[in-house]
Unconditional design. Sequence first.
Length: 263
Amino acid sequence: MDLRLNGKTVVVTGGSSGIGLAAARLFLEEGANVAFCARGAERLEAAKIGLVADFGEERILAEAVSVLDEAAFGGFAERVLARFGGVDALINNAGQGRVSTFASTTDEAWREELELKYFSQIYPVRAFRAALEASGQGAIVAVNSLLAFQPEAHMVCTSSARAGVQSLLKSLSVELAPAIRVNSILIGLVDSNQWQRRFENRDDQSQSREAWFADLASKKNIPLGRLGQAEEAARALVFLASPAASYITGAYLEISGGVSRFV
Ligand code: NDP
């Protein structure tokens, strides 16, 4: 199937590791130009070096920018448009989860979490809306979590914010139609930097990586018996961002190994 991404331009937020980096690589494989950002300059540079080694410099732009800094992100958007002449797809992927219960979540933590989840959508959509409208195949795909529909008490504010974001995306899919399609993927547990950090802080430091992840998959009752790989989530992003998904908007796709319990 031709995904018709060759020569197109895709922006990936949070592209320096995990799902975002895997997506950047797949879009490059499809022949697209890829612009990506993340906050940490060192990891971003390492990601860029790896991609440039495989795909050359011409189709890649990477900048150390936070999606929560509207002015800096606006500057990034200007440079993306100046370099590639337009944008055809936006992948809103930047972010992280917060582990806390209602009792342990301070007001400040609530505000931080709501700001991260909402404005990591709002600022990039605002910055690239006009370019996506002009594309003729404009698409936004957000990386959200199963927590939006299946909240967990130990991630109370992340779950709540995720549900709100899902509502925002649905509204956007109407307001931005027909020029821009808006979809999301709902992640269950994908092996990325987030889980690597939790593995490194494990209680039993003698437990191997393989055993710790197998144990986690078993405790979480994942029907496919393992965590997902970043590339497995990235493949869905590439599909939804491409004209192969031309009649899909306002939809979500679960990438969870079957762990959801809602129908
Ligand atoms: P990683 O930690 O591997 O990647 C997260 C990326 O986002 C990094 O590049 C990080 O770089 C970047 N990032 C974080 N905050 C910002 C910011 N404010 N501005 C710009 N970039 C930022 O994790 P994943 O690949 O797993 O995460 C991708 C998305 O998937 C996230 O939104 C996450 O919450 C979501 N998700 C993941 C799940 C999982 O099981 N892995 C489950 C549910 C949702 P830097 O820190 O340098 O900015």
